[in-house]
Design a protein around this ligand. Structure first.
Ligand code: HEM
Length: 966
């Protein structure tokens, strides 16, 4: 009993001793050490909020943060007081370096650059990295904190790592939520919170997924699918883990931690950098423009190259300024393990050091009074100059031996992403929105690019078909411009189709030339509905915006502009403010990227070439070909003397023959299949004009027209290439006479050594296609309508014939005489006014622009209708729908009362039709030669049914009865 009693006494006293010892240790940690450190630092002038048992200052910090984050802030970049309110407030009260308490853990906040440099540059291990605890440890493990992306590092795709990304994201949320919750030592092993249980589950899940990734990699080698583990980060890690040399290899645990770190740090930091930069560029559109200009200058629309990326100076300045204002990692931490000297301070052991990058980057003493402004120009001459050689003043990636290893990777990734965004989009901030909403949505958009690709696609889709239209509609309406409301996806195309179908349902009652309501019924109707009287009066007095209205081609906003002053401004296109629209779908297949649709330097090159071929002097050499082609046509007409002939088809043959001979040195027969295929493609384009197809859809769901148009495009290409090849063979055979025609000039340009003049084979094909198409459809339409007008206005037919006979008699046409055909000129102009072959032209607004008194947002198309202008009684008078060539007797300027753009058959400004003179000369020759040989009257079979099949043309041709003059 005595032994048992002694044992009980021994155990109970040991237990008491143990409890006493534990209590003493506890007190040492939570009372003695903090009090000692606080006193020691205070004696050296380092103050701070007092230590409170057991939470330290975490409760105050949590309250301050809750208050600062309670509501969104205005759009400004003074984010330091918001993100780190305690650091901001205590640096104001206690100075640049101060002490505060995370529970019983002392934290020395350092914001003085000199000390920061000393800490981060230290190579003797005086300031090692802090030990991770709790959630942070679960998140980052023990690994080297590196910074690289997932595909490049793990050679896998987003989908392979999706699971890991998602779990890492959840773990981050838990870490942030618990950052200021203090758990007393040892407690969490006994009492687990819900978050701790969840964090453990996530940690296990991440580990299992990573091991799975590793196993897959090993299996691929085992199965012989690949012959090594790969040179990416994952491959290298697995290789090291398998190394038999104990000094070199790493454990499975280490490998998992390493991979986990990369998944976490590798994308979140870059996501933040990108999100903030996109946000900054949204509100500083001048810098957005500068960056875009630079990107386009280096890459054009092509993919960024590593050379160019290194030379993106403005982009670099922008990224640096973004990192300064919004450093993704706002704090760097170190610890003091044994007493150490920092500057004049003696730091005791067991202190953690916090370096606030936010504080340094937002310090007006370093950056000046404009510290909170976005001013990338401060980095114009590099970081050293910007920080006045104070390297520790700009530390977004840390500094010294532990500088972020992913620095270059991140910067390059950001530059590539930004360049490609800038190439495709411009964007701006909606002013009413508050900063957190916007950044929140940007972060969501960017993060979902990594996590939820389908969501991103949906967001992009909604952005295009809902957000942009609604915003444009709001901006435009707020300036007094009305129009039919935007309907989701289809815009107003259904109404337009219905109106057009109705107006085209039957031929016109009489031979009226009032074709505007028939061809463009929606423009005709809406132009009157959506302009109220008051606005109209103001318009007339002050030339404000004309009868302008907004309508929708699917989700594409189209501003219909009718005010001549505005039209002039648009078509003159100063500073490239109103470029041509980008052709898409079938229209692109028809015209490719040829002269009529291309832009920029390529257009300058092609336009110079075409100007050279079609200028007045060159035209003289084309007269014989035009005359002989007309002779061939008239020869055919002999068979129709006294009978009915359909002239529209005749003119198609004539103009095809003329363009083939003059531009391509060949004959209609050689280009016959091209013309036929172009015609079929034109029909497909017209048939689908009001059908909305969404980008990418045609890759999955292919209609008959898609398949047919692709075949036609390829067919046309093959034929054009054959014609080019044949010409090259002739050229090779020493025939130099063809060199000066259009095809000859194209081939010459294709052989150019000078890059500024060189064009590719694709360019040649597109260019030929454009010329084949534009060179005959338009003039066919002009000739067809003119013959109809002369057949129904015998007096003008007579006047024209008299003029021709007076100038040429029955002899051949010559260039001198052509220039003096005044009556015929008036007739042609009046024909082009009433029946403009091209009824409207379009331009687009790429970036916000001021047009007259209007501010136009980007993503709009501008729709200018020659047909509407030509049929406006306010410009032409009450007889606007009558055929009265005499209105052009004093020239176009007099007819339009000096409003040059009121008469727009050939466009206006730098993109005026390059074939203008060619078409007029061709028409004059054909008309003169017809008038020399025949009188003609309208056949009773003619049905007046003008339609728009790309060009304005008579639906069933023009039938006339020919009477020979011989
Ligand atoms: C009556 C006959 C013609 C009419 C009414 C006509 C009408 C037009 C119009 C309105 C434009 C400007 C489009 C815009 O600004 O968006 C244009 C451009 C053009 N036309 Fe014509 N055209 C005719 C004949 C021709 C002929 C015969 C050729 C070829 C020989 C031709 C080749 C072109 C080309 C290549 C362009 C694009 C010019 C550029 O963007 O720089 N056209 N045409």
């Amino acid at each position: 009993m005595a032994v048992v009693g002694a044992l009980i006494i021994f155990i109970s006293s040991s237990l008491r001793l143990f409890l006493l010892w534990t209590f003493a240790r506890f007190l040492h940690k939570v009372w003695w050490t903090p009090t000692r450190i606080q006193n020691m630092m205070s004696l050296q002038g380092i103050k701070g909020p007092s230590y409170r048992f057991p939470h330290g200052n975490t409760k105050v910090i949590s309250d301050m943060r809750a208050q600062s984050m309670g509501k969104p802030m205005e759009i400004m970049h003074d984010v330091f007081p918001r993100i780190q309110p305690h650091v901001y407030s205590w640096t104001q009260i206690y100075g640049m370096n101060f002490l505060n308490w995370h529970g019983s853990q002392a934290q020395l906040f350092v914001t003085e650059p000199q000390l920061i440099k000393e800490i981060l540059n230290n190579r003797e291990g005086a300031y090692p990295k802090m030990d991770m605890e709790g959630y942070a440890k679960k998140l980052l493990g023990e690994a080297l904190i590196t910074n690289e992306g997932e595909k490049t590092a793990f050679g896998s795709s987003f989908l392979d790592g999706k699971h890991i990304f998602e779990m890492v994201a959840k773990l981050i949320a838990l870490t942030v939520r618990n950052a200021y919750n203090v758990r007393l030592p040892g407690i969490s092993t006994i009492l687990k919170t819900h978050d701790e249980i969840e964090a453990e589950k996530l940690e296990r899940g991440i580990k299992a997924s990573i091991l799975d990734l590793v196993k897959k990699r090993e299996d691929r080698v085992k199965n012989g699918e690949v012959d090594n583990l790969g040179i990416d980060y994952l491959g290298q890690l697995v290789k090291i883990a398998q190394d038999p040399d104990k000094n070199k290899n790493i454990s499975l645990e280490q490998m998992v931690d390493e991979i986990k770190t990369l998944y976490g740090a590798g994308h979140l930091t870059t996501t933040n950098l990108l999100a903030w930069t996109v946000f900054l560029l949204a509100i500083h559109t001048d810098w957005q423009e500068k960056a875009r200009k630079e990107v386009l200058q280096f890459f054009g629309p092509k993919s960024p190259t590593s050379d160019g990326i290194a030379r993106l100076k403005s982009m670099n300045m922008i990224i640096n300024e973004s990192l300064r204002l919004y450093p993704p990692a706002h704090t760097v931490t170190r610890k003091v393990e044994r007493e150490v000297k920092l500057g004049n301070l003696n730091l005791p052991a067991n202190i953690n050091i916090f370096i606030s990058m936010l504080a340094v980057h937002h310090n007006p003493q370093i950056w000046g009074n404009d510290v909170h402004h976005f001013k990338p120009e401060r980095f114009a001459e590099g970081v050293n100059k910007a920080t006045k050689n104070n390297a520790a003043a700009f530390v977004p990636f840390g500094m010294g031996p532990r500088t972020c290893v992913g620095l270059n990777f991140t910067i390059n990734e950001a530059k590539i992403a930004l360049s490609m965004i800038l190439q495709r989009y411009n964007w701006f901030c909606v002013h009413n929105h508050q900063i957190m909403d916007l950044v929140g949505s940007l972060v969501i958009i960017l993060a979902s690019s990594l996590c939820l690709y389908p969501l991103l696609v949906l967001i992009r889709f909604l952005h295009k078909v809902w957000w942009i239209p609604i915003r444009i509609q709001h901006v435009v309406r707020s300036q007094g411009i009305k129009g039919p409301s935007y309907k989701f996806l289809h815009g107003n195309t259904k109404e337009i189709s219905n109106m057009t179908r109705e107006s085209m349902a039957s031929p016109m009652d009489d031979l009226s030339h009032d074709i505007f309501p028939r061809i463009l019924p929606h423009v005709h109707s809406w132009i009157n509905i959506y302009v109220n009287i008051l606005l109209l009066l103001l318009n007339i007095i002050f030339h404000l915006i004309g009868k302008t209205f907004l309508n929708w081609y699917g989700p594409q906003a189209q501003l219909v502009v009718t005010e001549p002053e505005l039209i002039k401004e648009i078509l003159n296109n100063r500073n490239d403010a109103y470029p041509k629209i980008d052709l898409e779908g079938y229209a692109k297949k028809l015209l490719g990227d040829g002269l009529s649709s291309t832009k920029g330097e390529k257009w300058v090159k092609l336009r110079k070439l075409a100007n050279h071929v079609f200028h007045a002097e060159s035209l003289k050499s084309m007269l014989p070909a035009m005359i002989s082609s007309t002779e061939v046509m008239l020869e055919r007409w002999r068979a129709y003397e006294g009978k009915e002939i359909e002239v529209f088809e005749e003119f198609r043959l004539l103009t095809s023959e003329v363009i083939s001979k003059t531009a391509f040195g060949s004959s209609y027969l050689e280009g016959k299949s091209i013309f036929e295929m172009l015609m079929k493609l034109t029909i497909i384009v017209s048939r689908n004009a009001q059908k909305i197809r969404f980008p990418g859809i045609s890759q999955f769901v292919r209609s008959d027209d898609d398949i047919e148009s692709e075949k036609l495009e390829q067919g046309i290409r093959d034929c054009v290439v054959n014609i080019i090849k044949r010409r090259q063979q002739v050229k090779g055979g020493g025939n130099g006479s063809l060199d000066s025609d259009f095809l000859g000039k194209l081939i010459e340009a294709n052989h150019e050594i000078d890059k500024n003049k060189w064009i590719s084979e694709e360019d040649m094909v597109d260019e030929c296609k454009t010329l084949y198409f534009a060179g005959h459809e338009t003039t066919t339409s002009l000739l067809g309508w003119t013959i109809l007008l002369l057949a129904t206005h015998k007096d003008w037919q007579e006047k024209a014939r008299n003029e021709v006979i007076k100038l040429f008699g029955q002899t051949s046409i010559n260039s001198d005489g052509i220039a003096r055909l005044k009556v015929i000129n008036m007739i042609i102009e009046e024909s082009l006014r009433l029946y403009p072959p091209v009824p409207f032209i379009k331009r687009k607004v790429e970036k916000e622009v001021k047009l007259g008194k209007l501010m136009l947002p980007p993503h709009m198309e501008l729709y200018i209708s020659a047909l509407a202008l030509h049929h406006d009684p306010q410009i032409w008078g009450e007889d606007v729908h009558l055929f009265r060539p005499e209105r052009f007797a004093g020239g176009v300027a007099a007819a339009t009362k000096d409003t040059a753009v009121a008469f727009l058959p050939f466009g206006f400004g730098p993109r005026t039709c390059v074939g203008l003179s060619f078409a007029i000369v061709e028409a004059k020759i054909a008309l003169s030669m017809i008038l020399q040989s025949y009188t003609f009257t309208l056949s009773p079979t003619y049905v007046h049914s003008p339609v728009q099949l790309f060009m304005v043309r008579p639906q069933r041709g023009v039938q006339v009865i020919l009477h020979s003059l011989e």
